[in-house]
Design a protein around this ligand. Structure first.
Ligand SMILES: [Zn+2]
Length: 557
């Protein structure tokens, strides 16, 4: 079974009009060049491909023939930046449709700590409501929520401006659907073992329910491996991993009911695209008086990157499948005759597992040392200074660290000095920065590729949410101590391989051009707002409008 079959089967099950259906082909007007006088598009399609780094886009660009080739013929910013320091999924998605850095969205990490929270471990998931009794921040135990997002999204602003505007958000991950969808989305959902799900207590629409049933049926079926195309043959090299087994030569086969492997395969993206197609049709998005917004979060690239790295046969299969799936999705949209604009970017970049990086010309790549385990460091420092434990809270070997509330002001000072010195002395640590250093610093107005380490961390710093100090690892140190099946590589660092993402814009009749200088994902909201004539208070955003019209005309009003 190919992915096209899955999408087609889902589309058929959902009664989605295929290419050629809907509006008659001869009713589609000839392509008119988009100018400053062209009316706004009727539908904005925002696509975030999780972990789709600028490096992956560059590597596979010449191999794309489908949807990504179409976008690459439009307006291309190959050096988009998730400019901030903590390049994780939740912060990254929070920048895309808010125009704000995590410093202002409040989404500083996937998980952060609130030492005054009622729950014992004080740890909060970025997209949960921790006040719901009986919940924890652990996967499957939290109540999904948008409450932590401190700013409105494009959809929220569109609906405030014109209540007729419809907003639909569908993603592989809850945090992608939520952080891009915002508070006012008409429908918001993500993939689950049962197909599709949403907030607790929020019923799915009949169309979403039907799509979820079809997706659940697809998950229940086993899937044979994909055929490796010739383009991917050079990637087909087995790399041993620490806990036994190899990665690199996979074909994305899985057993029936294996949801984890379903998510780490092009099937998951196909399911989101098929559901989005069905919801577009059911709600007639793009066919009303106001411009509508359809948001898609495609997560498979990220699960594959984490599970088997970015340079094996598996990622090659995924890149080519994503291109095909997006091509099919756009073909279906074309058939409706709707004037739509597509923006595609990523929540962060990524890079390969150190074992393969060392084989591919990067001998410096290594895994984080066990000596950077925060629990061990906290214990040693507390014992040395005679302070209560736990001394501080952390979500891993780097990032935000929160000193215990049990410390007196004098103890905090002593503990902070000792911890900073100890971390700084570690050979894998690039820098340790205190909240105090960041608090007084303005957010940089310079191009994101020139930002200093402090500039990056400042864009991730929020006084209410950030830790007391932040640990930055050296570049090419992968913060996973040991590779195991399903988790070999990651992102989240301040380094450009995790910050650089493509930013692509396409609309029928819009002349393409390429701008290689650095732009930012916080520029997407002002750019789209201008394109659809949505008034925007520029003092409330960190980004700027990108002019999508080549030549002297401008799409920025
Ligand atoms: Zn991500």
């Amino acid at each position: 079974m190919t992915l096209k079959h899955l999408t087609t089967a889902l589309a058929a099950a959902l009664c989605v009009a295929g290419a050629g259906a809907g509006l008659a082909q001869d009713a589609v007007p000839p392509v008119q060049k988009v100018t400053a006088a062209t009316p706004p598009p009727k539908l904005v399609v925002m696509i975030a491909v999780d972990q789709f780094s600028a490096d992956l886009f560059a590597q596979y660009r010449s191999h794309f023939t489908g949807g990504l080739a179409r976008l690459a013929s439009g307006v291309v910013f190959p050096s988009g930046y998730q400019a901030h320091g903590a390049t994780e999924t939740c912060p990254g998605h929070s920048t895309i449709l808010t125009g704000n850095h995590p410093a202002h969205t409040g989404i500083i990490a996937n998980n952060f700590f609130d030492l005054s929270a009622a729950r014992e471990d004080k740890r909060l998931y970025c997209a949960e409501d921790e006040t719901v009794p009986g919940t924890s921040s652990r996967s499957g135990q939290y109540a999904p929520s948008v409450d932590h997002l401190m700013v409105p999204t494009l959809g929220d602003l569109m609906k405030a401006h014109d209540p007729r505007a419809q907003v639909v958000s569908v993603a592989g991950k809850d945090r992608a659907a939520i952080m891009m969808g915002g508070r006012q989305a008409d429908e918001l959902m993500w993939l689950a073992p049962t197909g599709l799900t949403s907030y607790r207590g929020r019923a799915l629409s009949p169309t979403a329910t039907q799509a979820g049933t079809a997706i659940a049926a697809a998950i229940a079926q086993s899937r044979p491996g994909l055929t490796l195309p010739a383009d991917c043959a050079a990637h087909d090299i087995a790399i041993p991993i620490d806990k036994g087994g190899t990665v690199g030569t996979g074909r994305l086969a899985r057993d029936g009911g294996d949801f984890r492997r379903f998510m780490a395969s092009p099937e998951a993206d196909g399911a989101v695209l098929a559901a989005a197609t069905a919801l577009r049709q059911a709600r007639r998005l793009g066919e009303g008086e106001a411009t509508d917004l359809l948001i898609l979060g495609l997560s498979a690239t990220d699960y594959i990157g984490h599970g088997v790295g970015t340079e094996g046969s598996e990622m090659c299969l995924q890149m080519l499948a994503l291109d095909r799936e997006l091509g099919d999705f756009f073909t279906r949209l074309d058939a409706t005759g709707i004037d739509y604009v597509v923006a595609l970017t990523a929540d962060h970049g990524g890079h390969d597992m150190p074992e393969r990086n060392r084989q591919n010309g990067w001998p410096a790549a290594e895994r984080v040392a066990r000596t950077l385990d925060p629990a061990a460091i906290g214990k040693a420092v507390a014992e040395k200074l005679g302070l209560p434990q736990p001394l501080f809270h952390a979500d891993g070997p780097f990032g935000d660290m929160y000193l215990s509330k049990a410390l007196t002001p004098a103890q905090r000072k002593t503990a902070l000095a000792e911890l900073v010195a100890r971390y700084r002395a570690h050979p894998q640590v690039e820098a340790v920065v205190t909240a105090e250093e960041l608090a007084s610093r303005p957010i940089s107005k310079r191009a994101a590729d020139t930002w200093s380490l402090l500039d990056k961390l400042r864009a991730s710093y929020n006084a209410q949410r950030s830790g007391d100090f932040i640990v930055v690892l050296k570049d090419r140190v992968t913060p996973i101590p040991e590779s195991g099946l399903g988790y070999v590589a990651t992102h989240g660092s301040v380094w450009d391989y995790d910050r650089r993402v493509p930013m692509l814009f396409w609309r029928k009749g819009l002349a393409g051009f390429e701008q290689p200088n650095a732009v930012m994902t916080v520029d997407i909201l002002p750019t789209l707002a201008a394109l659809i004539g949505l008034p925007l208070d520029m003092s409330k955003v960190d980004g700027r409008c990108l002019d999508l019209l080549s030549g002297p005309e401008s799409s920025c009003r």
